[in-house]
Design a protein around this ligand. Sequence first.
Ligand code: GDP
Length: 433
Amino acid sequence: MDSSPNPGVTVVLGSQWGDEGKGKLVDILAYEADVCARCAGGNNAGHTIVVGKGEEKKKFDFHLLPSGLMNPKCTAFIGSGVVVHVPSLFAELENLEKKGLPCESRLFVSDRAHLVFDFHQIVDGLKEVELGGSSIGTTRKGIGPAYSSKASRSGLRVHHLYDPEVFAAKFRTLVEGRIKRYGHFEYDTEAEIERYKVYAERLRPHITDGVNFLQVALAEKKRVLVEGANALMLDLDYGTYPFVTSSSTAIGGVCTGLGIPPKKIGKTIGVVKAYTTRVGGGPFPTEQLNATGEMMQEVGAEYGTTTGRRRRCGWLDLVVLKYSHSINGYDTLNLTKLDVLDGLKEIEVAVAYELNGKEIPGFPADLDLLAQVTVKYVTLPGWNTDISNITSWDALPETCKAYVEFIEKFVGVPVEWIGVGPARESMITKTLP
Ligand code: GDP
């Protein structure tokens, strides 16, 4: 028997409001992984992987599938905590295949995962309209309504697809319930039931007992890489509720979403953008509604992969990062998009929040309080030079290193990788202390 220690599961999590550029790190780490997994969320997430530069440049978009599939030797696992819109799953597979990345034979889906249906997407839109001015800004992919069905114990799981009578009965009840709640909407329930008979057959070879699947993989010392979707500040419990997603995007969601014990987690990596962005509503203390924010939007190409929406931009908020670390317990950090700050003479970093002239501990739960905080900043010198072609830590300008070291010291976590451009190659590895 192989007595070498099990490397455990490596987890990559977004530490802010998402879109930190997790995809690139996952893509790099996937080349040392045997299984890449998603544990929560649905096709509301989005990772963009850019391979090559200039004419050779190719872009791969991932929504429901883990981007670790970029490694042709990696097997993908969709865990029980994920909600799956089957037609979108197939569309994503077909799209990747068209780009020369066949994935279908490498995909496994937990039979406990819940299903997202088109009517969930309709309801998502109706709910947002109902909320009017205080809408959440969801991607309208039906993710929230599908998790609502799950939490109210009326949802349908993957395994239900293989008992057609039970599926049809539960499906009808579910749609009727939504119509009762939201009023009449156009939806052909019976046609959908028929369509799902076809989807079920196509999905059949990919279905697995998720708990058993990972238990076997870990016993065989397979290296498992978990790709967090969304990010800590969008976590249902710890994010800026109600402007959050409907699942556990924090470290706890890894265990519940995959069905693995916490002790199996070997390393947790937090991905941090060198500034802050967020999509949708809710207070955002370091937001810059000025030329600096616009520069971040333009230089950082801050438009959503899933929705194309312009992201709100602001200074790096270390109050958020520290809060995020206290929940997720990062072993190391990946600082991304540092090159976006290249043109700045000075850079501000948020280090504390004050309310009524007094510094407050942590990150407030109450968004009304969050909207009232005054942000305390530290101003650091910028490097005012192009770092996008730099390939080593030593070659970075001193002021740039000082920015990275300030973050490390403040949060108490070493930075292991630094992103200096969109391409896979534009990532500096920093030696750990
Ligand atoms: P994710 O969901 O966290 O993976 O983030 P997105 O995919 O929405 O956004 C990442 C975007 O930023 C992609 O277009 C990447 O190519 C790009 N990106 C990732 N890292 C860097 C970086 O270090 N510098 C720059 N300029 N762009 C980056």
